[in-house]
Ligand binder design. Structure first.
Ligand code: ZN
Length: 253
């Protein structure tokens, strides 16, 4: 059976995923929970939660890479739900590795670069400032599209049901920031973006969008954030010849 040592895998990921680009990320990126030393199967998921840990255990995963980890800002106490989650991982020897903002931004494996790729939008530049750094991208569709047509493409590709605010603009220059990235809308005006695609709906975005004159599409936090971990899984599979499985646990939100 093929295997890799935990230290070698995490050292490779820390550098390949360019964690050092986001020293101020609230997420503690990198290895959060240390499990067994020898890795034979990798799991990839969006959220660190009990249901995903159970699925990982059932599938014989011993290294789990997630976009939303367990430790944000630091450990305050290991009680209640936090205790149960950490216990499940330690009891089963599964290591937990988190990669938050670097995996929204990453030019090769990031959620936003991947969203443009799967929607056939030609990437033109960075977009969407978040804590002082642009983590999204904007690009052009092959030709101007009606918003209904574009939303249909988004829903089919992301397996989601978007909500949308249509300001009657044709879709051509699309800015994308996955997850809870609505505040990136401030970049839309400067970048000449006519359509802004993000994850979670925000009421506050409505009037800004109307006044800037940009279509808004909320495709769901989960649905916009599966692509990054999937891309990392493909890369790891090739690089280390180890099984790497995406563990799907959609929240519908
Ligand atoms: Zn997120």
């Amino acid at each position: 059976m093929k295997e890799i040592q935990l230290g070698n895998l995490t050292a490779f990921l820390d550098s390949e995923l360019r964690l050092s680009e986001f020293p101020g990320d609230e997420s503690i990126n990198g290895l959060q929970i240390e499990g067994r030393d020898r890795i034979t199967k990798i799991g990839l998921a969006v959220d660190a939660c009990e249901a995903v840990f159970e699925k990982a255990k059932d599938r014989g995963v011993n290294f789990l890479l997630v976009h939303h980890g367990l430790i944000w800002g630091g450990i305050k106490s290991v009680t209640g739900v936090t205790r149960s989650r950490i216990k499940t991982l330690l009891d089963s020897g599964i290591s937990l590795y988190a990669c938050h903002l670097p995996l929204d931004w990453h030019p090769l494996y990031g959620n936003n670069a991947e969203l443009l790729r799967v929607l056939s939008i030609d990437k033109k530049g960075e977009f969407g400032e978040y804590h002082g750094k642009r983590i999204g991208y904007w690009g052009k569709t092959a030709s101007p599209m009606r918003i209904a047509e574009f939303v249909k493409l988004v829903d089919k590709t992301l397996k989601t049901k978007s909500s949308c605010v249509d300001f009657k603009k044709k879709v051509r220059n699309v800015g994308v920031v996955s997850g809870g990235g609505w505040s990136a809308i401030y970049d839309a005006e400067a970048m000449g973006v006519d359509t802004f695609l993000t994850g979670e709906p925000s009421h506050s975005a409505y009037h800004l969008a109307r006044e800037i004159g940009v279509n808004l599409i909320f495709a769901g936090h989960y649905a916009t954030e599966t692509f990054g971990v999937k891309a990392v899984g493909q890369m790891l599979k090739k690089k280390f010849s180890l099984p790497a499985e995406f563990i799907d646990y959609p929240t519908g939100l």
